[in-house]
Design a protein around this ligand. Sequence first.
Ligand SMILES: NC(=O)c1ccc[n+]([C@@H]2O[C@H](COP(=O)([O-])OP(=O)(O)OC[C@H]3O[C@@H](n4cnc5c(N)ncnc54)[C@H](OP(=O)(O)O)[C@@H]3O)[C@@H](O)[C@H]2O)c1
Length: 244
Amino acid sequence: MLNVLVTGGSRGLGLGIARKLAASGYRVIAVARHENEQCRSARAEADASGQGAFVFHSFDLSETASIPAFVSALRKEHGSIYGLVNNAGISFDGSLALMPSSQIEQLLLVNTMAPILLTRSIVRSMMAEGCGRVINMASITAFSGYSGLSVYSATKAALVGFTRSLAREVGRAGITVNAVAPGFVSTDLTHSMTADQREKIERRSALKRLTDVEDVANAVEYLLSDKAKSVTGTVLTVDAGCTA
Ligand SMILES: NC(=O)c1ccc[n+]([C@@H]2O[C@H](COP(=O)([O-])OP(=O)(O)OC[C@H]3O[C@@H](n4cnc5c(N)ncnc54)[C@H](OP(=O)(O)O)[C@@H]3O)[C@@H](O)[C@H]2O)c1
């Protein structure tokens, strides 16, 4: 069974991705700070299906100095890691002029530093094995912009640059590196969006609807699969045509 590490696999998009991948036969190693009831039912669902598996490890990705030891413990327990989905992310919205430095630092740490350091730890063994898949969760705000999300958008734009360059760096080792850029999806991260804002996004999108968790999980599943063996260095936008 191929191991895929999904950060932020306890809720929202990450949980949807983890459940989809477990149903497709992967062993999902979901990582987040807190295990919850949804994780326990995802594990029961995977066990009952007899397909893949769902295991949960608690870890705070902002503890970046502990990432190498965390990765080697995972490798010792589960074996080599085929896929890495850098999905965990946080968001603070508000005007840049009023944003405290502590929030800016936290955004950069969790959304940019942590995925880069986690990828560094995992890509080393992928290179030794001559295969692997890295998928970074960006956002359409990285290229379209959104008022009140300047720092968040900067962290996502950084992941896009990281994706493209790393794809060039590790391609010869048989590793693909791609990003997924979702549009607005209703999760805990976006709970502060008003009904009015949601309606506006829906109205402006080409498909006249919002993106759902399943849409994003399907994109990740595709990028991990053999069907995407020649796809690397790309950003797959999944936004119901919001930026079309
Ligand atoms: N929802 C959207 O509209 C949207 C659009 C574009 C891109 N995205 C991106 O998609 C990703 C997932 O978003 P979401 O909407 O699913 O968010 P969410 O519902 O808030 O879930 C975030 C996940 O990340 C985990 N997490 C947060 N901080 C962490 C930390 N320090 N260490 C370990 N895990 C941590 C959370 O678990 P714990 O709190 O237990 O740690 C949770 O599992 C993010 O990168 C986000 O930027 C979302």
